[in-house]
Design a protein around this ligand. Structure first.
Ligand SMILES: C[S@@+](CC[C@H](N)C(=O)[O-])C[C@H]1O[C@@H](n2cnc3c(N)ncnc32)[C@H](O)[C@@H]1O
Length: 236
């Protein structure tokens, strides 16, 4: 049986990285801060290219971290960010964004407990770098929950590092020399990830786009994983 991630370890890890409000490396986990900035810019460019001609009203950003991507949604009516790291959410709340922004401290496994979140039907959902920190059963539950939270017309932006090893790579209480601490994450293959998305497909979503996140090889600096994004749409 697969060993499971203990979520308290992930939460402590991210709480301890939350040091810099405007910096991006609290959540980009790069040794070289320049690579973190370049990755940040590359992702924002892609997200902007996906959304520039789309009417977005209600955004749900799951595992929003320090609100790095929140800045891109200044024109929407309602942006909700959720993350279980109090320290990262504090940084997000201090970004000085408008009154349409709300950040909540919660695990994404307990979204149902936040009434304010569940009363909205979102038309844009961001899941960037989150699923690797969830055990399989919680990925499945989250996808099911997303189905109850999304509007009839909805887009989902998912960015994940995927395993290129032909099998899932599980790092459970793994000491990372690079990070100088213990680290937990599950890197699924692209096929495994797409399998988790199946309930969305069955419920009318299409994978409108999927591609490598970083065209510049220098930004893809891990041997066993590669960053990909998946853009799903349900348009009636
Ligand atoms: C790699 S960071 C990405 C943050 C942000 N989406 C970004 O792209 O900058 C992963 C984030 O997921 C959050 N996270 C991990 N597991 C979570 C869970 N079960 N519930 C809520 N947040 C979680 C972490 O605290 C962290 O902020």
């Amino acid at each position: 049986m697969d060993k499971k991630i203990a979520y308290s370890n992930v939460k402590n890890f991210f709480d301890s990285r939350a040091c810099d409000a405007q910096g991006v490396n609290s959540t980009m986990l790069q040794k070289d801060p320049n690579i973190a900035s370049e990755r940040d810019m590359a992702e924002k460019e892609i997200l902007l290219s996906l959304t520039y001609d789309v009417q977005v009203n209600d955004v749900l950003d799951l595992g929003c971290g320090n609100g790095r991507l929140a800045d891109l949604f200044k024109n929407v009516e309602n942006y909700v960010g959720v993350d279980f790291s109090e320290n990262l959410v504090k940084l997000a709340s201090e970004r000085g964004l408008g009154t349409q922004y709300k950040f909540y401290v919660s695990s994404v496994t307990e979204l149902h407990k936040i009434e304010n979140i569940c009363e909205t039907q979102y038309d844009f959902i961001v899941i960037s770098g989150l699923l690797i920190y969830l055990n399989d059963e919680d990925v499945s539950k989250l996808i099911q929950q997303i189905l109850t939270l999304c509007n009839e017309e909805c887009r989902i932006y998912l960015r994940e590092p995927v395993s290129v090893l032909n099998e899932k790579l599980s790092l459970i209480d793994h000491y990372s020399q690079e990070l100088g601490t213990y680290y937990n994450a599950v890197y699924r293959t692209e096929a495994e990830l797409l399998n988790f998305l199946n309930p969305l497909i069955v419920n009318g979503f299409k994978v409108a786009k999927r591609d490598y996140m970083y065209k510049d090889l220098k930004l893809n600096n891990r041997a066993e994983t590669i960053q990909k994004y998946f853009y799903l749409e349900r348009i009636r």
